[in-house]
Design a protein around this ligand. Sequence first.
Ligand code: F6R
Length: 605
Amino acid sequence: MCGIIGYTGPLNAKKILLDGLSQLEYRGYDSAGIAYFDAASKIQLVKKTGKVANLKEFCSRIQDNAHCGLGHTRWATHGDVTDQNAHPHQAGRVTLIHNGIIENYRELTRDYGLEGKLKSQTDSEVAAWVLDALYEGNPAKAIQNLLNHLEGSYGFCIMFADRPGEIYAVRNVSPLVAAYTHSGAIIASDLTALIPYTRRYFVLPEQQIVKLTAYQLTLYDKKGHPEEPEYLEVNWNMDAAMKNGFPHFMLKEIYEQPEALKNTILPRISKGLPDFTDDQIPDSVFETCDKIHIIACGTAMHAGMVARALSEPLLRIPVIVSIASEFRYEEPLINENTLVIVISQSGETIDTLAAMRLAKSYGSKTLSIVNVKGSTIARESDYVLYTHAGPEIAVASTKAYSVQLAALYMLICRMAFVRGKYSRDQSAAFLSSLLDVIPAMETMLSRKEEEKNLVTHLIQQSDTFFIGRGRDYAFSLEGALKLKEISYIHAEAYAAGELKHGTIALITEGVPVIAIATQERVFSKLISNVREVKARGAFVILLTKSSAVVEGNLADIHIRIPDVDDAFAVFPIAVILQLIAYYASLGKSLDVDQPRNLAKSVTVE
Ligand code: F6R
């Protein structure tokens, strides 16, 4: 949450900052601002509520050159959405941008007598004033001192009025990645802002200061001695972060799923079996555990729910799924024999990270499934399985979900093999079914007009129910989340058998019910539940496999997916659910990629 960028070098800093903010906008879009040294080495500040386009338009009227500056796009935590609360914040000689939350800002306000000085309601401005009070001409020393006073999470980029051309940065939990290129030094909260300039970058180690100038980038260890950064390479290219002819990132990312699945699955097949040798995950991790605990948030957690429904009956060990924000404050029943699987697209979600740290403190082995290379969760987990979805820009997660599923399916298959639940032939057959989902997803993508037409009824309603049983229920959780977050239609997922224990009271004439019925084992039960809602006037959208036999008048709309094995139906179903949400949002003329109140990468609690 909150996108931050800093640049110093020979190029046009204002352009780099504003372009970078457009790339980072998915991290927050309440307000945006930049600060830069002008030709007279004075710091200029421009900040505006609204989107980056608003700031860009305003900046286009300012004719001055800049080669060093900071930019910020905000997701509001402390303080309303106002120009004053927008970043950068200025306090005496200090100008800074911040991503995170300073928890002890009240105490600091009192201790440093800041009450009368603050121009905004933000915790970030408090940190700026404290830093100004500590600054005696040595930036690194003052920042180091500041860290001793702060509680909370932060990614700061800082300029000092008497240090033109220099940027200092430091972080705790909140992400920051940096690079030195032949055209200057750049730092940002996210790789997407760096890839137009370089693919070589490093993750700023926590509580270490980095100094950027046009000619040099210096990383200091915690004692203040220079240290060589650990550079990483990313294979994302600029195209991956552009819309490439699609009207929205979300639609583009939905279409990228078959490719993302290939990239995630194919390099990990060896001799017909899932193979994690290159990921350095030994079979002992799968052999020794007596329980699996999956931890994640939102869509990633829903991928975990599908994995649970698949793995528990197969592996015959308990598989538990926890919402990370709950798990982190519990006293979990886990130990050194528990395999904790942590799922996160960004690898930076604060609740997931905290939950993983808690799991480690219980001695459990942690295996993360992460999309962003070098992210905190990836670095801190004992093992990491990277998904290869490329950058996901739309706030609503789509391709990250299907690659998380693919990674989980491969892990489950390997586990079943090493634990003797699957023979070599059964494992190979499982993998072959997994690969079959790729053409099945392509088929659903080629029929997108079906989803486009079915939302006509949906978008006139205020509530929608998703129902399913077993795995279909797990799929429906994600369908409901996708619909509500981008179309603002209230959507709930229910285990179909649970409806008549209360919720069916809400089914009246025309209320949409999206029924997912892909699982042979519970198919007839689910169809009975569909009849029950139909009898109460529901507008039924039924999703089944092609070969399913249902009476003609049961559903108002019936969508059929290709006949994949039941265990794999989630993949083509995910495409339909994503497209339903996409077209519903479009049909209501909403901002598909940047829905209200949300932001990608939730780095605050
Ligand atoms: C919904 C969505 C969120 C994320 C959740 C976890 O479309 O994107 O629910 O799935 O915030 O994010 P990561 O996977 O980055 O930990």
